[in-house]
Every structure is written in C-alpha cells, then in structure tokens.
Design a protein around this ligand. Structure first.
Ligand code: CS2
Ligand code: MG
Length: 409
C-alpha cells in the first residue's frame, strides 16, 4: 500500500512536541514522535522540508528499506536531528503496519516477554524532608522504583528538582526547557554535589529500607574520577543504577569508573545510534542502555541497540521524560514488552493538556506499564486540541561553574 501524504504537527500543550503523521492511500494513519527538546523546529524542518517530499508514493510496508533509504540516502549520518526524523517515519510506518495486521505493535515485534514494563518515577526535593515526601507520594501513586534527585546546599536550582513540592497527589512537574528568549543559566558545584548526595541516599534508605529500587541521574556532570568516587560512595545504598555520570561521548572514560565501583551504570539518552555504544557494550562498561525510540532511529534503530546490548548481557532502560511524547512513550512500551533484555522504563506522567492532544491506550497499573491491545501504537492525535497549543521557543538551561566556565547541564 503506498503512502498518500505526510504532515508534521508542531503543538505545545504545556511543552513543545513534534509529531509526524503518515497517511496511506487506503486511509490508514500512523504517528511518529520527532520531539527534540530545545531544538524542535530543526527536526520539524528536516522532516517537512527534506523527508516528507520523498515519502509520497513509497510503499508504506517497506519499513527497513525506507529506514536505509533515509539513513544512507541522507549522506550526513547520525546525530539527534537526523535520527529523530528517521525515527518518526519509522514509528509511523510500524504503527500503520500493526493497524493493518489488526494487532498491537508488540505482537508484530514477536509478542510479549512479560506482563508489563517495570516503570520508575521521578521523586525530587529541594531538601531532604521535601524529597522524602516526594518518594512517599510516588510509592502511593503505585511506582515500585524511584529516581531520586535532590537540591544541593548552596546551589539555587539543580537538574531534576521541581521548583515546588511534588508530594501526595502532585504530579512531578519539572520541565527543564524554559520559554525564555535565551537559555536560563544555572550554577553548578561538583564538589558540593559529591559531598551531599551520599547523605541524601543515607536518608532515603533509612526512611524506606534496603529493598526499594533507587536510581539517580548524574546528568553528564562529572569527570571520570569524580564519577568513580560517587559510584563508590553510593555502594552502601545499593542503587538500581547511577545514570550519565560523565559526558557519554567519551566512552573510554567509563573504563576508569568501572574499575572503581560496582554501582550499576546507565548511559545513552543523548545517543542516537548503535555505533555510539560499541565500546561501552563491547567492554561491558555499562549495565543499561538509555536511548529512546524517539531519538535512536525509531523501533528499527532502537531494536538494533537492544540486540547489541543483549549480546553483552546489558538491559534496556529507555528514556521517558515528558519531552518524549505519548507517541514515543507508546512505541517504547511495545518494544519494552517484546524484547528479552528489558530492564526498566522511565515514566514521567504527561500533563492533562498533553493528554488532551494525544489520546493513549497505555496504562500504568501496580507499578507496571502496558501499551494496551489497540491495533498499532494505540495513540491518536486530536488536531483540534493540538491547534489550541501553538509552538513557543523553549531552551534547556546552560550550566556554569562559579567562575563562569560553561559546564555540562
Ligand atoms: C533526564 C531528562 O529523564 C532524564 O533522565 O536526563 O529529563 C533530560 O534532562 C531531558 O530529556 C532533557 O530534555
Ligand atoms: Mg537522564
């Protein structure tokens, strides 16, 4: 069946999203997430100006050929913009193929290996009492695994810490991209952070016991030696994983970290290709791969990452903040069910406005996510609602050290 049309929908229900919609000659439509937080219009243009004109008339069933056509045919390979655009086409075509087959996508990918995908939520607090309330609230909301992010004494704002308490009934609402004419600037102090974080996990373990799976995101900010020190200092608290300890493109840096700590490591949310992982996986330097379907070339691209990871006993931990749209989240959940080497799924709950635009069939029950049994992805896009939320530029913050040096955010 041929592709009849494709259009790019940019909408901003609380935050910016880019969605590709492909329609076939017999009227099936598929959706693909193309959201790249802070650089959305680059992907919208890559799709609208350069890819959409190539899709009309192509065989909608030829998913692998289309992936290769866009990957190799584009010449300038890899990178977050290119791979998010290719991902959107790929996911939309898988959505269509599964609808045509009359089954949820996970069935087309080989069926379910598990009843649901263990999810982790985001607890945060500007101080330890607020953090403990947030952990408690996430347990009450049904999460069985929790990421812990804390303020650092002496620093005004820190990655991952909501500006207001997210206690009982509050949705963790931390949107790092801010709608300002220029990126906001934050100040960072690694030494203060390294001193403080062990006290945070000491308090969380004392309050909630040894068994609750706890995760922490270092957000790219440490040197290998600092990361090794943090990993070692957190060993008594038995983390599920320590994420993005160093700027991940320096894959070899993890050799030093790995020599000094047994704290499990997760890396890769900014990676967009299986080639980004070859050292990390080949040398078993990490325990979880973090890329998302949205940023790593779609179901086709992410499956390659997960299959290489499986060769080395490494499991999935797909990226799932609110800047992965419900379309991208649904695609992840189908893959989460279908692969053997599943680890955990990040799950920040989207805002009510977002869920007005994207109607989803996935469900979060008793700590597990399931994509639902709808044919395809199980997500529809409401154009009328989407039109009510016009795009507004938003930038992720820029981080600086006390002396003004730009640092990883
Ligand atoms: C974070 C992300 O969820 C995470 O692990 O690293 O929230 C990241 O900060 C955002 O995706 C940036 O847009
Ligand atoms: Mg992260």
């Amino acid at each position: 069946m041929k592709i009849h049309a494709a259009d790019v929908v940019v909408t901003s229900p609380g935050r910016n999203f880019v969605t590709l919609r492909i329609t076939t000659e017999d009227g099936l439509t598929g959706l693909g997430d193309a959201t790249l937080n802070g650089r959305e219009l680059a992907v919208a243009s890559y799709l609208g100006d350069h890819i959409v004109p190539l899709l009309t008339g192509r065989d909608a069933d030829a998913i692998e050929d289309t992936w290769q056509y866009l990957y190799r045919g584009g010449y300038w390979r890899r990178g977050p913009v290119t791979m998010a655009a290719i991902a959107a086409v790929d996911v939309a075509l898988w959505d269509i193929k599964a609808q045509r087959a009359g089954m949820p996508l996970y069935q087309l990918l080989g069926g379910a290996c598990r009843t649901g995908a263990l999810a982790y939520g985001h607890a945060s607090g500007r101080d330890i009492p607020e953090l403990l309330d947030s952990v408690r609230a996430h347990l009450e909301a049904g999460y069985r695994a929790i990421r812990v992010q804390s303020g650092v004494p002496g620093l005004d704002s820190v990655y991952g810490v909501a500006a207001s308490a997210n206690g009982a009934g509050e949705r963790y609402d931390y949107e790092p991209a801010r709608r300002t004419a220029r990126p906001t600037e934050e100040q960072w102090d690694t030494a203060a952070y390294l001193r403080h974080i062990p006290t945070v996990f000491e308090a969380v373990r004392a309050e909630f016991g040894p068994g609750l799976p706890l995760l922490h995101d270092g957000h790219h900010r440490m040197t290998p030696l600092q990361a090794a020190r943090l990993g070692k200092s957190l060993e008594p608290y038995d983390l599920f994983w320590l994420e993005d300890v160093t700027p991940a493109e320096d894959q070899a840096a993890l050799r030093l970290v790995r020599q000094h700590t047994t704290t499990p490591l997760a890396i890769g949310e900014v990676f967009n290709s299986v080639h980004d992982y070859t050292t990390l996986l080949g040398e078993r330097l990490i325990d979880y791969v973090r890329s998302s379907v949205t940023h790593a070339g779609g179901v086709t691209g992410m499956r390659r990452v997960l299959d290489l990871a499986a060769v080395y006993g490494v499991r999935s931990g797909m990226h799932g903040p609110t800047d992965i749209s419900p379309v991208g989240m649904a695609a992840a959940l189908h893959l989460d069910l279908a692969v053997h080497n599943f680890g955990i799924q990040e799950y920040m709950r989207h805002s009510p406005h977002t869920l007005e635009v994207f109607r989803t069939s996935y469900r979060f029950t008793d700590g597990l996510l399931h994509p639902g049994e709808e044919p395809g992805l199980g997500v529809t896009l409401d154009d009328e609602a989407a039109a009510r939320f016009p795009y507004a530029p938003a930038y992720l913050p820029v981080n600086r050290l006390a002396d003004g040096t730009v640092h990883d955010w």
